[in-house]
Design a binder for this molecule. Sequence first.
Ligand SMILES: Cc1ncc(COP(=O)(O)O)c(C=O)c1O
Length: 397
Amino acid sequence: MLQISHRGQMMPPSPIRKLVPYAEAAKKKGTKVYHLNIGQPDIETPAPMLDAVRHFDFKVLEYSHSAGNESYRRKLADYYAKVGVAVHYNQIIVTTGGSEAILFGFMACLDPGDEVIIPEPFYANYNGFAVEAGVKIVPITSDIRNGFALPPTKDFEAAITPRTKAVVICNPNNPTGYLYNATEMESLKELVIKHDLYLFSDEAYREFCYTGTHTSALHLKDADEHVILMDTISKRYSACGARIGALVTRNKAVLDSVMKFAQARLSPPSFAQIAAEAAVDLPDNYFDTTKAEYESRRDLLVSRLNKMEGVFCPNPGGAFYAMAALPVDDADAFCQWLLESFSHESQTVMLAPASGFYGTSGLGKNEVRLAYVLNKTDIAKAMDCLEAALKVYPGRI
Ligand SMILES: Cc1ncc(COP(=O)(O)O)c(C=O)c1O
């Protein structure tokens, strides 16, 4: 009998999307659903990116260089210089989304059975990439009560085994919104140097820092061999469908290995590289408006949440996510109930239960992640729904 591989069976379904059938059923009943469950920004993709594709003159839609168009990589090197990261264009490999950068990084640096330490809660798709690479994620827990700050070095050290090869961070963080400060980044540097580990740094949300400034892992001195940056234009320019990311490292051996993976999949998307290249030419103040918009949404969302009885939401320093502890027995059941059994003025809200972001089972049971990717009017209405729901939810504690 034909069999699905062990890997195929182990591959986890997306915890963010598992409630989609309930949302669809709610919509069929005529209920408006506010989607705070997924990080799909509503900000328009900058017109110059779309125009660059529209007006590009070509006869054949060719493969590009496996590492991405040289013209784009050169411009990306300028972009990184602007954020204080000195890299040569040949230290950048353009990937099909940040997702492929993460996968290539894992595949190039880790063997099956190797372990990577990740502060939890973490971006749930790391589980999928770990299964693809045969790697084990060892979570160490960060705490909602201190806003999900980096756990102390001793927690990392306690988790290190002979199979530990890397630490993975996301800064600012999805799902917590926590922005690691320079001291925390330095402590990670000391740790990876002391224990000879890679430091994978996912900086998908670099531009969206509201409280404090961003320390890139590539700002860290004397850690060139250790640091692998995973990047993407998906959120930066509201261009999730472009599927353009990048792996950036000064480690030559890693670059050489990643390049072989890049060659095997031939090239990143050609059209989207044209759009991505145009994005690098956007005026320096492009992010001011977007950032201000996200920041005001954050302020609204967090203040509304903290005014609800029994709800606690630490103020996230960056990205466009917030985690909240709710007065419910089981956030998975609550999120499903919101879609299946509740409506407020024919409206409801879709949230992401936090359990799927934890590697340790049983954690995050009363927490949810909210993505503030809707305009403020809709966020306010979504908060009205949540507030009304918490008053009548049978599983309220
Ligand atoms: C932290 C983080 N890393 C990577 C990705 C994947 O990005 P991409 O759309 O470029 O594959 C996401 C997408 O939500 C993300 O939140």
